[in-house]
Design a protein around this ligand. Structure first.
Ligand SMILES: *Cc1c(COP(=O)(O)O)cnc(C)c1O
Length: 379
């Protein structure tokens, strides 16, 4: 039996306005929606006690199998995964060293990163006490630049796989080759790049030593979860540094019901037909485009760039010929209305997009109609 006639009431009771998130799985806007089967699994798991170490072992085996890695674990989002990667490469399985974090004086505590890949989440590495050493410039990075940065304090080389990155960094196989020649592990942030599902296995198969993925983005697991997979010794080191142990990442606890929820979400996600899923999101994006219709100065396109691992989106491009309300005005009015509607900004001042992941069919009608209304409103 549902406790709420309308699920939105749970936020209305708090005096808040329930929103619609067409910005993709943005943590600021609530992430993604849990499927009912996952809520059921989490409810059940929350009512029964379990040995958390045994649950972690089993969850680790399962995520390792999905990714073809020797070992794995559930972590607190990909951000938590970055902190555990850094901790693991600095301490190994030495309890004494783990206890010292984030004080890393005298440890191998430097993580090399290409400057073309500097990114907003990299603080996750520093949270464990690691120091980032940027190499190359905004245009390129060469193997000799990584080699020149290696010292006796180097702990690992980091690599980011993400949409929107300029494609001028060294590739992951190139980085792995250089790092492994110097016996250094390569730690990968692949938070956002599934689907496609093939990316679960790709980076480990190429030789990456640890890879982290978000559980709460397109996999639609609990928002606070992530996956960390890789070499057995490094995963053992990450487990040592993670909750329930009293270590650096104790504050990044993942509850038993969240772990179970993520496993259920993965189970469903892996079994899902990717072509069908893509077709579904394509239809949604096309519906938005068709509802808005032609408007002078506004280019509407369905964007699906498999190279950038994005779900299909409806993109609105505001050209210099556009005479309606500005892109920023539309963005603001959409989120100031009732319900507030969050749009994807594509980090681009001339574009807005509808990302369909967290939008259901009723909500899509509201989003499309409101967009049409705001685009036709006075500037
Ligand atoms: C979303 C994201 C993260 C953070 O993931 P969470 O699961 O939300 O912690 C880290 N890195 C990149 C590149 C991301 O896109």
């Amino acid at each position: 039996m549902d406790a709420y006639k309308d699920d939105r009431d749970v936020y209305r009771e708090l005096g808040l306005k329930p929103a619609i998130t067409a910005s993709g799985p943005m943590t600021h806007h609530g992430g993604s929606k849990l499927r009912p089967e996952i809520v059921d699994a989490m409810r059940a798991a929350s009512q029964v006690m379990i040995d958390v170490h045994a649950l972690n072992d089993r969850a680790g085996q399962i995520v390792a199998e999905y990714t073809g890695a020797p070992a794995g674990m559930v972590c607190s989002g990909a951000s938590g995964g970055l902190t555990l990667q850094a901790a693991a490469v600095m301490t190994g399985t030495d309890r004494g060293l783990a206890e010292r974090l984030p004080d890393t004086d005298g440890l191998r505590n430097e993580i090399i990163i290409q400057n073309t890949q500097r990114f907003p989440f990299e603080q996750g590495y520093r949270a464990a006490g690691a120091k980032l050493v940027g190499v190359g410039n905004f245009l390129h990075c060469h193997p000799w630049q990584i080699e020149a940065a290696i010292t006796e304090h180097t702990a690992a080389v980091a690599f980011l796989v993400a949409p929107y990155l300029p494609h001028n960094a060294m590739t992951l196989p190139q980085v792995i080759k250089v790092a492994h020649a110097h016996n250094l592990p390569v730690i990968v942030d692949a938070a956002e790049v599934v689907p496609p599902r093939e990316n679960f296995k790709k980076y480990i198969a190429w030789g990456a030593d640890m890879v982290t993925y978000s559980g709460g983005k397109a996999i639609r697991g609990p928002q606070g979860t992530g996956i960390l997979v890789g070499r057995s010794d490094l995963i053992a080191a990450a487990r040592l540094n993670a909750s329930p142990n009293l270590s650096i990442a104790r504050g990044q606890k993942v509850a038993k019901e969240e772990i179970v929820g993520l496993l259920k979400a993965l189970d469903i996600f892996i079994a899902q037909d990717e072509a069908e899923e893509t077709a579904h999101y394509r239809r949604m994006a096309q519906h938005v485009i068709d509802t808005i219709g032609e408007m002078p100065g506004l280019d509407l396109t369905l964007r699906y760039d498999k190279r950038d691992w994005l779900l299909p989106m409806a993109v609105l491009h505001f050209t210099p010929q556009w005479r309606g309300p500005s892109r920023n005005t539309v963005l603001q009015r959409m989120q100031d209305g009732d319900p507030p509607i969050f749009m994807h900004t594509l980090s681009d001042p001339d574009n807005l997009a509808v990302h369909p992941l967290s939008v259901d069919d009723d909500e899509l009608e509201i989003v499309a109609a409101r967009l049409k209304q705001e685009l036709n409103a006075k500037p």
